[in-house]
Ligand binder design. Structure first.
Ligand code: BES
Ligand code: ZN
Length: 642
């Protein structure tokens, strides 16, 4: 199947030739468009079999915001740790976009709906049969004068967006813990709502917990709140559903600055606060470069190690994996990343998951810039080179259609399509724009972009339009429309894309080469001053095959098997699996059973699954760890251990 993107006016079309039955069955009305309809209609009348992407249509939500749009949510939920359910009500306030609209359609997954009322009166509702990854549409009949409904419901213990941890699975071992992860399409597993990034709503919440625990949300949090088991929140700025987040546990707070602080279990609070002590400076620097921070406070919540991501940009309260607490701030670009989302993502939001690169590409670009402002050029350059290498690895391994930034996700589960493309290709594209027009001009452009689209959810095409009307117009000799189209709608990395370079890595290349040629032993490598990034570069660029002697030489010289840095340990363990270096396997087992961050465990499971012996090890670790893994980590790895 050949997939080609044609861009007409503001619209991108997927033209599919040689369509299989399966893909053509996805075709939903081939000429339906939201903008520039005439241009598109012309093209879709061509003889080629077309499968038009309706730009801006969210193929991952059943919601009907085009008819009735929810704009406020009031939650009242009780957290029942013994049953592993959230139970209570969600009131949805909405506006009829179509005055004749008679039904409100919401997304749900594995929810039990008890009843739906308006003004105390029951309303008719219907829960459709569940789709395998989209969940089930909930359709509510709306009488003429009604503008809010109250849904009484409860979640399932298997809710895809909620992880329930037993006391043993926490650091303190005494209290249970709960956290949610809504992005991309998991909010629907704990709240019935229009689970689409193009629907923005404000929210209020009352969360009822066991008395000795604290609840925090992606909203106003009071660090001095009394532990009384009833917590009130309000998020006065309209946010998309994927940014609604809740965590409950034995949490403590430590301030890191005027507007920044950290929540975590007691045992790691001090370590977290000192690891992330530059958060306030990052916030100030980012505001200075890219415009005011719109979200009041910026706090971090450090989760138990089963958190499936590195971080999640829940507004006012980023959720952070503890695996980046390395003791030397070497992995804090994660904080820069989640903070940067306050601009790119939370203020200007992708309209659909096809447009994810607008969130992640801009954020990755800003991350590099923040790291440069706080830690200087050398670190900036090293991180850019490592990012470029991650991108190359994905370009080398992904199908061409998955290398496209504005990716066609119709019929696909966004969790499964996760890659570096929206991140690093997006960032490299922006870096090219910056290089061409100069940093000062590009920063002005970014400032204007964040201001123009603040609190809106936008499509790739809206961005391209804006780019054409601003930067492209002002710098028409330096930029071309065609080149922009290539970056966004075609696979691969355009030729002559920027090539990040780092002098700090040249010495590493020299050392690696000398060692590989046998000219020097590992102990002779002059690595005393190497930083974590240099170690990562050293390891990640080893040839695929190393001998047992070589591995033992490295391990003996640098104790890599026992590295406390989780990224270095990851790189080393991956090399160990690929070369069957058994002295590292005990550590490998311990690593896989103590960390649930998917980016760190998935490549190891994948590598193990390549051989029958490896698979046995993978099965052992997976079965032991499964209980404590997040549903997303289970879903991403269970295929490797079958
Ligand atoms: N928003 C993402 C996490 C995400 C993306 C969840 C898409 C679900 C769907 C978050 O900001 C992120 O990018 N996390 C990365 C951070 C890294 C790139 C610094 C992660 O978790 O690895
Ligand atoms: Zn991100």
């Amino acid at each position: 199947m050949i997939i080609k993107y044609f861009v007409v006016g503001a619209l991108a079309l997927t033209i599919v030739s040689g369509c299989s039955d399966e893909s053509s069955s996805n075709t939903a009305g081939s000429t339906k468009v939201d903008q520039s309809a005439s241009t598109v209609a012309d093209v879709s009348k061509t003889k080629i079999e077309t499968k038009t992407i309706e730009v801006g249509k969210d193929y991952h939500s059943f919601g009907n915001p085009e008819s009735i749009e929810v704009n406020h949510l009031t939650l009242d939920l009780t957290v029942d740790f013994s049953k592993k359910v959230l139970l209570g009500t969600a009131q949805l306030d909405f506006q009829k976009i179509d005055p004749k609209a008679k039904q409100l359609v919401l997304d749900t997954r594995d929810l039990t709906i008890n009843d739906v009322t308006a003004n105390g009166q029951p309303l008719n509702f219907k829960l459709a049969k569940a789709d395998s990854f989209l969940g089930a549409a909930l359709t509510i009949d709306i009488p003429a004068n009604v503008d809010k409904v109250v849904i009484s419901y409860q979640t399932s213990p298997e809710a895809s967006g909620v992880q329930w941890l037993t006391p043993e699975q926490t650091a303190g071992k005494k209290h249970p813990f709960l956290f949610t992860q809504a992005q991309a399409i998991h909010a629907r597993s704990f709240i019935p709502l229009q689970d689409s990034p193009q629907v923005r709503m404000t929210y209020d919440a009352t969360i009822r917990t066991p008395k000795d625990l604290i609840a925090v949300m992606s909203a106003s949090n009071d660090p001095d709140t009394e532990r009384d088991g009833i917590y009130e929140f309000s998020m006065p700025q309209p946010i998309p559903s994927y940014l609604i987040a809740l965590a409950v546990g034995d949490l403590y707070f430590k301030s890191m600055g005027e507007r920044t602080g950290v929540y975590s279990e007691k045992g790691i609070l001090d370590a977290a606060a000192s690891e992330f002590s530059d958060t306030e400076s990052m916030l100030i620097a980012t505001e200075k470069a890219f415009g005011p921070y719109s979200w009041d406070r910026y706090d971090l919540l450090i989760l138990p190690p089963s958190f499936p991501f590195g971080g999640m940009e829940n507004p006012r309260l980023s959720f952070i994996t503890p695996t980046v607490i390395a003791g030397d701030k070497s992995l804090v670009s994660l904080i820069a990343h989640e903070l940067a989302h306050s601009w790119s993502g939370n203020t200007v939001t992708n309209a659909t998951w096809r447009d994810l690169w607008l969130n992640e590409g801009f954020t990755t670009y800003l991350t590099y810039r923040i790291m440069q402002m706080i830690y200087g050029d050398e670190r900036f350059e090293m991180e850019a080179v490592l990012g470029r290498q991650d991108l190359q690895a994905d370009v080398d391994s992904l199908a061409a259609s998955d290398q496209i930034m504005a990716i066609d996700l119709r019929g696909r589960d966004p969790d499964v399509v996760f890659s570096n493309i929206p991140y690093e290709k997006g960032a490299l594209f922006l870096r090219e724009l910056e290089n061409k027009v100069g940093r000062e001009n590009f920063d002005k452009f970014l400032l204007g972009y964040f201001e123009t689209f603040a609190f809106q959810s936008i499509t790739t095409e809206q961005f391209v339009n804006y780019l054409e009307q601003t930067l492209l117009k002002d710098h028409s000799t330096k930029l071309s429309k065609q080149r922009i189209q290539q970056w966004i709608f075609e696979p691969g990395i355009p030729t002559d894309a920027p090539v990040p370079e780092s002098d700090a890595f040249s010495v590493v290349d020299q050392a690696r080469n000398a060692w590989l040629s046998g000219a020097i032993r590992a102990t002779e490598i002059d690595s005393d001053k190497w930083v974590v990034h240099q170690w990562l570069y050293f390891l990640n660029n080893m040839p695929e095959k190393l001998s047992q002697e070589q591995l033992a030489d490295l391990d003996k010289a640098f104790s890599l098997t026992h590295s406390k840095n989780n990224e270095i340990a990851h790189s080393w363990l991956l090399i160990s699996v690929n070369n069957w270096y058994q002295p590292a396997f005990k550590r490998l087992h311990q690593y896989l059973t103590s960390i649930g961050r998917n980016k760190l465990v998935k490549p190891l499971y994948k590598a193990l699954s390549q051989t029958p012996e490896g698979k046995v090890m993978a099965q052992k670790a997976f079965n032991e760890a499964k209980e404590a893994y997040h549903p997303l980590t289970v879903k991403a790895n269970e295929g490797f251990v079958e």
